[in-house]
Design a protein around this ligand. Structure first.
Ligand code: M6R
Length: 612
């Protein structure tokens, strides 16, 4: 959600922080701000809008805005509308302390009421300003910035990734985390703090991941970490491995388009060193120690949100049909609050691109607390879900910057296919059958590349439908989640209303929507239920709906039934979603471009949803 970057060292922090904020903008971006400490005072510049608006505002400050200690923030509004006043950083009452914050202070109203009674006044509608004032009060009692932060945090309920600066102690940054990611960047005679490594990898690759409940004091020469109760903690410095080029657009108009086109490579990366084609088997190091639990699992539960939940729905088909393990899929946000009956014998897979989604992390903790084995299928290395899981598999899609998830989805599906094949073999699938699946998986990157070679027909479709108000997406079996995901992609970036439905469910309600203006995108590969989906197509045609079919290259019957056909190569049934989603990603992308929306940073959305 919000982005955080802080710097302490010999250089002017302002360009470092502004550049970091630009790289963090994809996380959440209705306003941005920066605070610097210089000559015994804190100066704040902040502005609703994009980071560039902040840059322009500071640019007009005649170069006087400079310091060697500072912090910046991109905000995704929770409390209070996105305007200049509610933007972070916020001051305490005396303007001696300033904070930036990602998360939600749930009991801020009670604290605010108490502080108001004590004479405080507030300028913003945010929970963060209340926390700033509380830290200010605690400073008066303790005379130490880190103690003030710890004492204040002991009083609050909620989540935070927090950075605090003060004129009282202008030689340090204090940071704390609970529920929102925060890393320290360790430089040479300078140090950083950020919510995401992408903000600082230009300067250092050495990072320290803060854990929930940890507070850090960062100076130019080093750092120390402690719990809220002031017990020192030991940290390991780790190396970030991704390259700067991976978080740049590389000649593409948008990150989303770049990420769509990266999929042959990212799918290959998800399989690299894991898929053993000749053995017809799979090796996943992060699961080897829990193989017994997996093979003997009473059931597998997959929990996730959004696109990752759609991947889980496809995984359910794979795991039940191929590996023969009973599997359930549930939204993490529902799972966490329904007091689920889980325990030993259950295995939970948590799927998450960011590894920081608050609901998914909470589901993990709920299940782990009840004795289940929890395993992550995660993209971001070192993220909270990856670290708190009992084991898991990284999808290795590389940084995904576009808010609409694309390459992470196909990599999640690929990893689910690998897990399925590994478990199927462990549960008795023959080597010969394993080889058939492994060989097919091995062909997927080149098949995806084939789909991406020529996008003319999808672009033509986008022009045809750019002004359409509603779309229906239909699919059956493992392609029902593809319909859901296609509809989600369109909604997210073009703001066109779209619904995904199991094709056969259409006649139980949505069919009422169909008329000559309604495009119906049908995923209809030549599989065992082809004829059934064709019947659903006929039901749409009988009501003059406009059929857009995603069909196999060698399907010669479909042209007579569909107004538009997008071709994809054939593959083994349960791997089909990995191919079938590609044209739907492209369709939503090109429609959004035609409509002139902000493809990479769609309104109201954030890349990583770290609040409930
Ligand atoms: O990082 P996660 O995979 O846990 O994120 C889950 C959802 O927030 C995410 O998939 C969201 O739906 C995307 N915007 C989809 O494009």
């Amino acid at each position: 959600m919000c982005g955080i970057v802080g710097y302490i060292g010999p250089r002017n922090c302002v360009p470092i922080i502004l550049e970091g904020l630009k790289r963090l903008e994809y996380r959440g971006y209705d306003s941005a701000g920066i605070a610097i400490v210089n000559n015994g005072r804190i100066t704040i510049e902040k502005r609703a809008g994009k980071v560039i608006d902040l840059v322009n505002k500071i640019g007009s400050n005649n170069g006087k805005f400079a310091a060697t200690l500072g912090m910046g923030h991109t905000r995704w509004a929770t409390h209070g509308e996105p305007n200049d006043v509610n933007a972070h950083p916020h001051f305490d009452l005396d303007k001696e302390i300033s904070i930036i914050h990602n998360g939600i202070i749930e009991n801020y109203q009670a604290i605010k009421t108490k502080l108001l009674r004590e004479g405080h006044t507030f300028v913003s509608a945010t929970d963060t300003e209340v926390l700033a004032h509380l830290i200010g009060e605690m400073y008066k009692k303790t005379g130490s910035l880190s103690a003030a932060v710890r004492y204040a945090l002991a009083e609050i309920e909620g989540t935070y990734g927090l950075v605090v600066l003060s004129t009282h102690e202008p030689d340090k940054i204090v940071a704390a985390r609970k529920g929102s990611p925060l890393i320290l960047g360790i430089g040479d005679g300078e140090n950083f703090v950020a919510s995401d490594a992408s903000a600082i990898i230009e300067h250092t690759r050495q990072v320290v991941y803060l854990e929930d409940g940890e507070v850090a004091e960062i100076t130019t020469s080093g750092f120390r970490t402690m719990t809220i109760d002031d017990v020192a903690t030991q940290k390991v410095i780790q190396e970030v491995t991704f390259e700067l080029s991976q978080i740049e657009r590389g000649g593409y108009d948008h990150f989303m388009l770049k990420e769509i086109h990266e999929q042959p490579e990212t799918i290959r990366n998800a399989m690299r060193g894991r898929l053993m084609v000749e053995e017809g088997d799979v090796k996943l190091g992060g699961l080897s120690h829990v193989m017994d639990k997996l093979v003997n699992a009473r059931r597998i539960i997959i929990t996730a949100c959004g696109t990752s939940w759609h991947a889980g729905l496809v995984g359910e088909y794979m795991l039940e049909q191929i590996a023969k393990i009973p599997t359930e899929v549930e939204y993490a946000s529902e799972f966490r609050y329904r007091n689920p009956i889980v325990g030993e014998g259950d295995v939970l897979f948590l799927i998450s691109q960011s590894g920081e989604t608050a609901d998914t992390l909470a589901a993990l903790r709920e299940a782990k607390g009840k004795g289940a084995t929890v395993l992550g299928i995660v993209n971001v290395v070192g993220s909270s879900i990856a670290r708190e899981s009992d084991g898991g598999v990284y999808v290795h899609a590389g940084p995904e910057i576009g808010v609409a998830s694309t390459k992470a989805f196909t990599s999640q599906l690929t990893v689910l296919a690998l897990i399925t094949l590994m478990l199927a073999r462990a549960k008795g699938m023959s080597k010969a059958d394993g080889q058939v699946l492994a060989r097919e998986l091995d062909t997927l990157p080149s098949k995806v590349a084939r789909i991406l070679e020529d996008t003319t027909s999808v672009r033509a479709l986008a022009r045809e439908f750019k002004n359409t108000k509603n779309f229906l997406y239909l699919g059956r079996g493992s392609n029902f989640p593809v319909a859901l995901e296609g509809a989600l992609k369109l909604k997210e970036i073009s703001y066109i209303h779209a619904e995904g439905y199991p094709a056969a469910e259409m006649k139980h309600g949505p069919i009422a929507l169909i008329d000559e203006n309604m495009p119906v995108v049908v995923v209809v590969p030549r599989d065992g239920i082809y004829d059934k989906v064709v019947s659903n197509i006929q039901e749409v045609r009988a009501r003059r709906g406009r059929i857009v079919a995603v069909a196999n290259e060698d399907d010669n019957d479909i042209d007579s039934m569909a107004e538009f056909v997008i071709r994809v190569p054939r593959t083994y049934g349960f791997f089909g979603p990995i191919l079938n989603i590609i044209p739907l990603q492209l369709l939503s992308y090109y429609i959004a471009v035609e409509r002139g929306t902000n493809v990479d940073q769609p309104r109201n959305l954030a890349k990583s949803v770290t609040v409930e």
